[in-house]
Write a protein that binds this ligand. Structure first.
Ligand code: T1G
Length: 657
């Protein structure tokens, strides 16, 4: 066996007449210029050596190939291009097999598609996540995938960007076999040697039921929220059935380049890299997180239940605590019912649910928390309730256990100060429903020990959450920006915009729901109670809009009471003339002559309000980076990811909406 280095990151060795080419470009074997050059050199080598019967391409480490190198986007291209490499593979005179050892994503999947055969290892995964980056596959994915698996499955995979495992890939015909044995790929080469090679690009796209194609396309477009890439991906997959490979590839490449240079793609790249750097707090390097296997959760209401479900699914033991035996029984039922729902919707297997239930205990006695590594409180958001609880827990839990508060608005430093060991207190601000929402604000309190913060971050990550570190301030990052944004929306309503106009402008921008609809969903009474508490200390010079107070005084607490900013009594959301009149009266009382607002002005002012508050959070050191703020708004408040977040918009699009 002789080893050859084809480039810095591509090596090969010949074994039993097969050249096994290994891509080794940590961390994810992204296809850099060096990888592309190495692959071409490897194929040249195989072509030049008569003793080589075929080529196996595989990846070193956990990944096969993670895709094009996203860091190269926007830089001058260096040849050979990936389409050139892929064309060389597909048209190669000897069999080329992909031995997919791990994730084959984007360009990685496209390399595999161009090979003449594919063998998946058990850890293999396949996906075309390009639409999540605001682009379409750029090296043949939209043209070759439908040839292999049909247009319906291809629209689903490319349009959603989801990743599938080896088993599903086998069922779809994306791979020829699943095997961990390196000899399998070599055996496939020998089996192929006699017959003509199966070149994916030459296969005719299988004919599919037009209704099924239409349904798959519709499903993708329904989720696109106005983004360009998913629609283009669907168009290109459909095109594969109508034109020859060459024309399809040319259209795909042109579309890819156009989208790659778009604002939408730049925004989604910003989000991608922001996610990778989130939760990597300063000065935590080398600090080992504490072991967290048993998690206590005090309070099993809506929030506590969500946290318990997420924690159980992550494989931890959960000890729920309620005040009475009856409440404990109900709490357990709520957790079990939420797990059942996940089973019904196909997100969880029955076996995993049963394992979760076996790790769950809900007690009526806080002493059960003596075994916990971490206790999260999810009780009523009241300072006295929370401080008394933490004082009590201090005497129950082990000295090395961590105490986390899930408060939304209280000062966690005050809660920590009430305990004997404030250094073990941290904030874990989950968003409801906590088993679904990805965002967790990890609050680094004044006295939080570094390893406690590191442990909270590791725990959030284990739950599959996106953790953003933030300092102590009322409402943390998200709710502080939300308050500023909400005030701005209310100013505009007082000045002449209708709530439904504000909502329509936000929805047209890409929010799933406008702010007044969101407020009605969440309920108006909690914010009302907070405003009443703050009334005495409010700056009398600051603008204060009373319309929301008037709504609450009229018993309009939002959707659950059938009325709020809108009327829901018929089951649908409709504009209520009573609200329109109430707003008109509020304007008149202040002597405000209503004026018109364009959609652009509404969105522009709301974006500016968010970005201004974000800048204040950065200046105060509450948020570590603009990217963190964008992630909070995207993952907690429905800000459209393809716009990049309010800070990205402020930096790149300037004042424009
Ligand atoms: N390019 C550059 N850097 C990348 C990268 C990529 N494609 N993927 C990951 N990284 C970096 C990442 O920033 C981080 O860096 C480190 O690798 C580890 O990542 C022509 C157009 C592969 C499943 O969209 O989904 O192919 O922070 O923390 O959890 O059609 O990374 O350490 O400095 O996420 O183990 C399509 C994106 C590209 C795949 C690994 N490919 N990556 O997850 O590690 S477009 C993608 C992922 C394309 C073609 C087109 C994941 C992963 P740092 P990580 P992980």
């Amino acid at each position: 066996m002789s080893a050859t280095r084809f480039s810095e990151s591509v090596t090969g060795s010949i074994k039993d007449s097969v050249l096994v080419v290994t891509i080794d470009n940590p961390p994810v074997n992204a296809i850099s210029a060096d990888v592309r050059q190495g692959l071409i050199a490897a194929l040249d080598h195989a072509a030049a050596h008569g003793m080589v019967a075929g080529v196996v391409i595989t990846g070193a480490g956990r990944t096969f190939v993670g895709g094009a190198d996203i860091k190269e986007f926007g830089k001058p291209p260096v040849g050979p291009t990936l389409p050139e490499v892929i064309d060389r593979i597909e048209s190669f005179s000897k069999p080329v097999i992909a031995a997919i050892n791990g994730a084959a994503l984007g360009g990685g999947c496209e390399i595999a598609l161009a090979c003449h055969g594919r063998i998946a290892g058990e850890k293999a995964a396949f996906g075309m996540p390009e639409v999540k980056l605001g682009i379409v596959p750029g090296a043949g994915g939209t043209q070759r995938l439908p040839r292999l698996i049909g247009p319906v499955a291809a629209i689903d995979l490319i349009g959603s960007g989801r990743t599938i495992r080896a088993e599903e890939a086998l069922a779809l015909g994306l791979v020829d076999g699943v095997s961990e044995d390196p000899a399998t790929a070599a055996a496939l080469i020998r089996a192929m040697a006699a017959a003509p090679l199966r070149r994916t690009g030459m296969i005719a796209v299988p004919v599919a039921d037009p209704l099924a194609v239409e349904a798959a396309a519709k499903k993708v477009l329904a989720k696109a929220r106005g983004q360009a890439a998913p629609a283009e991906a669907v168009r290109l997959v459909r095109l594969a059935g109508d034109v020859d490979l060459k024309s399809g590839l040319a259209d795909e490449r042109a579309t890819f380049i156009r989208l790659r240079d778009s604002q939408e793609a730049a925004a989604l790249r910003h989000v991608f890299f922001a996610e990778r750097s989130a939760g990597k707090a300063d000065k935590l390097e080398g600090i080992a997180p504490r072991k967290i296997e048993t998690v206590g959760i005090v309070g099993t209401g809506l929030m506590g239940t969500g946290i318990a479900v997420a924690t159980l699914i992550a494989g931890c033991r959960v000890i729920g605590v309620e005040q009475t035996a009856d409440a404990a029984v109900k709490g357990r039922e709520r957790i079990a019912a939420t797990l059942d729902k996940s089973v019904q919707s196909g997100r969880l297997s029955a076996a995993v649910r049963d394992a979760c239930l076996a790790r769950l205990e809900v007690a009526a006695d806080a002493n059960a928390l003596a075994a916990a590594d971490l206790v999260i409180e999810a009780v009523f958001d009241d300072l006295t309730v929370k401080t008394e609880l933490f004082q009590r827990l201090d005497g129950i839990v082990r000295p090395d256990a961590i105490l986390a508060t899930n408060t939304s608005y209280l000062d966690p430093d005050l809660i920590a100060a009430a305990t004997a060991r404030p250094d073990r207190v941290v904030g874990l601000h989950f968003f409801s429903p906590a088993n679904i929402m990805r965002l967790v604000e990890v609050v680094d309190c004044k006295a939080t020990a570094r390893d406690v913060l590191a442990s909270a971050l590791a725990f959030a990550k284990r739950l599959g959450k996106l953790a953003v570190v933030c300092g102590v301030t009322e409402g943390f990052i998200g709710n502080r920006i939300y308050s500023a944004y909400r005030s701005e929306a209310e100013y505009m309503v007082e000045d002449g915009a209708q709530p439904e106009q504000v909502d329509a402008a936000l929805e047209a921008y890409g929010f799933p729901m406008g702010i007044f609809t969101v407020n009605d969903m969440a309920g108006l009474e909690i914010a009302w109670a907070r405003r009443k508490r703050q009334a005495a200390t409010r700056d009398p010079g600051a603008r204060y809009v009373e319309i929301a107070d008037r709504l609450c005084e009229a018993g309009r607490f939002g959707r659950k009471t059938g009325k709020g900013w809108y009327d829901y009594s018929t089951g649908d959301k409709v504009v209520d003339p009573e609200v329109t009149a109430l707003i008109a009266a509020a304007r008149a009382a202040r002597g405000i002559a209503p004026r018109n607002f364009s959609r652009e002005e509404i969105v522009g002012r709301l974006l500016k309000a968010m970005a201004d508050e974000g800048k204040a959070l950065l200046a105060e050191g509450i948020a570590a980076s603009a990217g963190d703020i964008d992630l909070v708004m995207i993952n907690g408040y429905g800000f459209p990811a393809h716009k990049g977040g309010p800070m990205f918009v402020a930096e790149t699009v300037g004042k424009a909406a």
